[in-house]
Design a protein around this ligand. Structure first.
Ligand code: AMP
Ligand code: GLY
Length: 436
């Protein structure tokens, strides 16, 4: 089976690594990365180049296209490749509005009675300012469109809300702003594969959004994850499936925009149950890096079945053991950071039992080095992004997975490397939500 995988990050590396466990899968990635080049062919077509990606699909005729990031989905790459008569795992542009427009998503949630925070939409900053004078705090301000993690501000006061409005005004995607009720609780990511009708649940995972330990500092794309999330008991999973995921899939179909792909429900769980913070139209990153090592089935067959509308015919098994992913990022991330720093220790980290190192922002270049006393050119891994690595460990217990992941992190060195020291700690020392 020839698979075209669109994307280049840690999520795509972990998907590709899992897909390639099926010996029948050959992989083509665009734009790919040096890690993906180790697993198949790569073509330097950017994720926002819908025409280029469509031309690539026309030329290569992949048996399955998997779209990693949200941007190409929102730009319509799934529609364009489907029009060629080729199966695609990923929603149409219309269905991807569930992530691409927060106003669409919130209105959709209300239309289908999905639990979420109350909200108001503003087209005019003056009206928003007026409303915020009497709002209760904390309040959450959100840009309507995709904002690469810069579109959400949790504001503790009117002053902070005014500063957030000024920041949002700098974003193209904030022509509409949502002011939302603040939800307290614990965040969980819940994923399901769907072909538009059938829902195939995926084990739960929990992300760590802020850059520093104890959930401090600015939000990032995600600094680490673990799966499963003990918070998601079988009972809670049933509630999530019955009150959120299935009604959402049915709602999309009923509105004439059936949703095919990975539906990501970002949830806030409190004692009053799960509420939707957002939908995403793709696999989470880094959650996927903590999920793929647990996958014990034919992922390619499952995603192809979803693309072909035959998901009811397949299932996926998952390793019961917990998996932990610690993200190593460049110093300064999510603010400005430097790239091109040599990375040492990848092999010794990966040699630890149960450890897989996924590459999110790594490139390889020949550099001069002395090997056995002789100066020679050596392919050297270099940092090439904010999030650099997802260091992942699968072990018998969550405590052991955490310990192994950090042991692997300890093997890896690059200038300015940053990582959180408390990935998974929340689940080992559960709070009141777990009944502990
Ligand atoms: P979003 O992109 O909508 O998931 O928002 C990014 C992050 O902002 C979430 O992961 C939460 O940590 C936080 N957030 C968003 N909406 C709310 C809300 N209504 N209440 C509390 N925190 C929120
Ligand atoms: N880890 C958060 C996301 O993928 O959106």
């Amino acid at each position: 089976m020839r698979v075209l995988l669109i994307g280049s990050g840690g999520r795509e590396h972990s998907l590709a690594w899992q897909l390639r466990k099926n010996p029948k899968v050959t992989l083509l990635s665009a734009p790919g990365s040096s890690a993906l080049a180790g697993l198949g062919e790569v073509k330097p077509v950017r994720v926002d180049d819908v025409e280029g990606l469509t031309a690539l699909a026309r030329e290569m005729r992949p048996d399955l296209t998997i779209v990693g990031p949200e941007l190409p989905l929102v730009l319509g790459v799934a529609d364009a490749i489907r029009e060629l008569g080729l199966p695609v795992f990923g929603p149409s542009a219309e269905a991807a509005r569930i992530e691409g427009s927060k106003v669409f998503a919130k209105d959709f949630m209300i239309r289908h009675n999905l639990p979420t925070a109350s909200y108001a939409v503003f087209y005019d900053p003056a009206e928003a300012r007026n409303y915020l004078k009497d709002a209760s705090y904390p309040a959450v301000l959100k840009a309507d469109g995709l904002a690469a993690g810069k579109g959400v501000h949790v504001c503790g006061s009117y002053g902070q809300a005014m500063a957030a409005l000024t920041e949002l005004a700098k974003l193209e995607s904030a022509s509409r702003v949502i002011v939302e009720e603040y939800l307290a609780g614990e965040e969980v990511s819940y994923f399901a594969i769907t072909d538009g009708r059938t829902v195939l649940p995926i084990p739960s995972a929990q992300d760590h959004k802020t850059v520093f330990d104890n959930d401090r500092g600015p939000n990032t794309g995600g600094m680490g994850a673990y799966s499963p999330a003990p918070l998601v008991t079988p009972q809670l999973e049933e509630v999530i499936l019955e009150t959120i995921v299935r009604p959402a899939v049915e709602g999309m179909a009923a509105e004439g925009t059936p949703y095919c792909g990975l539906l990501y429900a970002g949830l806030m769980v409190s004692l009053s149950g799960p509420k939707l913070l957002e939908f995403n139209a793709r696999f989470g990153d880094p959650e996927t890096q903590a999920l793929m090592p647990r996958c014990r089935g034919d992922l390619a067959a499952a995603l192809l079945a979803a693309a072909n509308g035959t998901l009811h015919e397949v299932s996926l098994d998952w390793d019961r053991r917990p998996c932990v992913c610690v993200v190593m990022s460049a110093g300064g991330y999510p603010g400005p950071y430097e790239t091109g720093k040599p990375i040492a220790g990848l092999e010794s980290a990966a040699a630890l039992p149960g450890v897989t190192v996924f590459e999110a922002g790594v490139t390889r270049e020949p550099r001069k080095a002395v090997v056995d006393g002789i100066e020679t050119w050596v392919e050297t891994p270099l940092t090439n992004g904010g999030r650099v690595l997802g260091v992942t460990a699968l072990d018998d217990t969550l405590e052991k997975s955490i310990e192994t992941a950090y042991k692997a992190v300890g093997e890896i060195h690059f200038e300015g490397a940053h990582y959180r020291g408390d990935i998974g700690a929340k689940a080992v020392r559960p709070g009141p939500l777990y009944g502990g």
